[in-house]
Design a protein. Structure first.
Length: 276
């Protein structure tokens, strides 16, 4: 159990570094003016449902009927693959620990040595990650639209924000763990069997709870995923039959990150095109 938590801590750290946005952005999506029958409206509604941690709505708004049915079929097939005895033991151990009064402190004790190491090497890690991400994104100095910052500016802004904010300070990590523990308890699972017996809709509802708890955990580090999702804007919408293209933007650490988006109309709903 301890080894599992320690290994996952490094993954959690990288998610914290790469997934978030600063919490000072005040943009909100006005859903009252959105039309789900338009590609831009459908995209922004999906971003809003993700901000509300409503995975049920997000998936139904994002997948055509055949893809949705395929997802349900794959889920049911996965249910027929039982957990191994070892997996059940680990899962049940985690549930037992979550329900102990000192769960947060136990978790912090597990990751404390790695936390010290990561904080010591944070500047070096960030500079290395900056170069790698810039190469992957294509750190161009040009922007997609007048409101957009270039990839290079977004990466620089992200690294600068993280270096200026001690996101792995002990108090922030403890508050983050407290949110994760609270989320785990709120699921009301008593055993691995309870988890494996969930139907598709129950699993989506629980996934929404977990996603919401994860966002709260990131918020403890000063990273507001909901603000990023609700800052979404679209422009340059071009519709050609059942295909549409647009430029989507999000406010990330004081910069405006943009990306081209392709939408496709499937079963009379606009979805992010999986074939683009």
């Amino acid at each position: 159990m301890k080894n599992l938590m320690r290994n996952n801590f490094f993954l959690f750290t990288m998610v914290v570094l790469l997934a978030g946005c600063g919490g000072d952005d005040s943009g909100q999506i006005d859903v009252s003016n959105l039309d789900k029958n338009t590609p831009d409206g459908a995209f922004l509604l999906t971003m809003n449902t993700l901000a509300e941690s409503d995975l049920q709505a997000a998936i139904k708004n994002s997948l055509p009927e055949d893809k949705y049915k395929q997802l349900v079929t794959e889920f049911e097939a996965k249910k027929n693959e039982p957990m191994s005895a070892e997996q059940k033991v680990q899962f049940n151990q985690a549930l037992t620990m979550l329900n102990q009064d000192d769960a947060e402190q136990q978790l912090f004790t597990m990751i404390a040595p790695q936390l010290t190491q990561v904080r010591a090497f944070m500047p070096m890690m960030l500079m290395g990650a900056k170069d790698q991400i810039s190469q992957q994104l294509g750190a161009s100095q040009t922007s997609l639209a007048p409101r957009c910052n270039s990839n290079s500016e977004v990466v620089d802004g992200t690294v600068t924000w993280i270096m200026d904010n001690d996101i792995l300070h002990e108090d922030k990590v403890k508050n983050s763990l407290a949110e994760l523990v609270a989320t785990g308890r709120s699921l009301n699972l008593s055993s691995a069997d309870d988890f494996q017996n969930l139907n598709f809709n129950q699993a989506l509802d629980m996934g929404g709870q977990v996603f919401g708890g994860f966002k709260k955990a990131l918020n403890a580090h000063g990273i507001d995923i909901n603000a990023m999702l609700r800052s979404a804007q679209v422009s340059d919408v071009n519709v050609s039959g059942d295909q549409a293209t647009m430029i989507a933007s999000f406010e990330v650490f004081g910069k405006t990150a943009c990306s081209p988006v392709t939408m496709a109309k499937r079963d009379n709903i606009w979805v992010i095109n999986p074939d683009a």
